[in-house]
Design a protein around this ligand. Structure first.
Ligand code: PLP
Length: 354
């Protein structure tokens, strides 16, 4: 550090993204990207005229993308916010709704960025322990008396809460924002988007990074009551109103029109997830009941960190977390059926000590 950085920022521990290694060709299953390419409509949308028109600033109101999202999700444009990936939305929500005298409550095992944003805005964290099987006990999120953040399906575990539980949590915390991060909802979760009409405190965010094969484009969106959306826009217009570039806006709009392609890809992931889970269980691993595009596997014949390292030697990249609760686990993104066949061949060799 330079010595010029403000003391508070100096103390922060940054978020550690999954490795993006380039020393050899890996089967890359460590950051929950889609194994399938963006749709042909997306490819067409970012060629030719969209590129020539880069001389112009993007539409700061993202009108076409927002209208298309509103139509897709059955809400009004005033209920939709878009930003540069859903991490950007989380950042704005923590900036807006958490702070030194405004704590935030979230599950102990979840998306690592929640802690980072809480620290950035100096908000005390109330981290709720998991049930022994890594599921969430919804009772512990009732009447929290502060901002609540839940990923559903949950990050790292893939376990989904039923919509009825999300509704009870929103209903019991009407004086505070309840942020539901639905990054993985398209792989089998129940979305709370419909509940935003009933609960003015409910902020639901989703991303194009996973189910829509667009992690590199950076599009996230939120659906909520118009007043919450206005808050987020106030922050966006106070930081960087041009944060969604015009290629990304065009790509996002095109992706929504190719819904069938992405739905079919999600169905493939769900089928391959079931197959992979059964294979891992047959080898003696505990595997979470995931509704996301990854599995958390551990407590098996090979220790989590060892499995991660041995797979890496075989050019397969999965995720191992430094969190002590997850030390004996790996998180494996679901790739194509062919990739997962290769992963299971490798895991089998490792388990058999070959
Ligand atoms: C991947 C992920 C995000 C971030 O998504 P981006 O839109 O790529 O920023 C947010 N929350 C959770 C739980 C995620 O898994």
């Amino acid at each position: 550090m330079s010595g010029f950085l403000s003391a508070h920022l100096n103390t922060l521990t940054e978020y550690v993204p999954g490795e993006q290694l380039q020393d050899r060709r890996y089967i890359k299953l460590n950051t929950n990207e889609s194994p399938f390419p963006a749709s042909e409509g997306v490819v067409a949308a970012v060629s030719g005229q969209t590129v020539r028109d880069l001389r112009l600033y993007p539409d700061t109101d993202c009108r076409l993308l927002i209208r298309t999202l509103a139509d897709t999700y059955g809400v009004e444009p005033e209920n939709v916010f878009v930003s540069n990936g859903s991490d950007d939305i989380l950042n704005f929500a923590f900036m807006g709704y958490c702070g030194p005298d405004r704590p935030v409550l979230f599950p102990e095992v979840s998306y690592g960025f929640y802690q980072v944003y809480a620290d950035l805005y100096r908000a005390p964290c109330r981290k709720i322990p998991m049930n022994p099987d890594f599921s969430i006990d919804p009772e512990k999120y009732m009447n929290a008396g502060c901002t609540v953040v839940i990923a559903n399906p949950n990050a790292q575990t893939g376990i989904a809460l039923p919509l009825a539980d999300i509704e009870r949590i929103a209903a019991s915390n009407r004086e505070h924002v309840v942020l539901v991060d639905e990054a993985y909802v398209d792989f089998g979760g129940e979305s709370a988007v419909g509940l935003t009409k009933k609960y003015k405190n409910l902020l639901v965010c989703q991303t194009f990074s996973k189910s829509r094969s667009m992690a590199g484009a950076r599009v996230g969106f939120a659906v909520a009551d118009a007043e919450l959306i206005a808050d987020l826009n106030k922050i966006r217009y106070s930081t960087n109103p041009y944060n969604i570039n015009s290629m990304t806006q065009a790509a996002g709009t095109a992706a929504l029109k190719d819904a069938q392609y992405y739905e079919e890809n999600c169905r493939k992931i769900v089928r391959t997830r079931a197959w992979t889970k059964a294979q891992l269980e047959a080898l003696g691993f505990f595997v979470t009941d995931s509704s996301a595009n990854f599995l958390l596997a551990g407590r098996g014949p090979v220790q989590g960190k060892t499995l991660y390292e041995k797979l890496r030697e075989k050019a397969i990249l999965v995720r191992h977390f430094s969190d002590p609760q997850l030390d004996d686990y790996v998180r494996i993104t679901i790739g194509t059926q062919e990739q997962m066949q290769q992963v299971m061949d490798a895991v089998t060799e490792i388990v058999k000590g070959r």
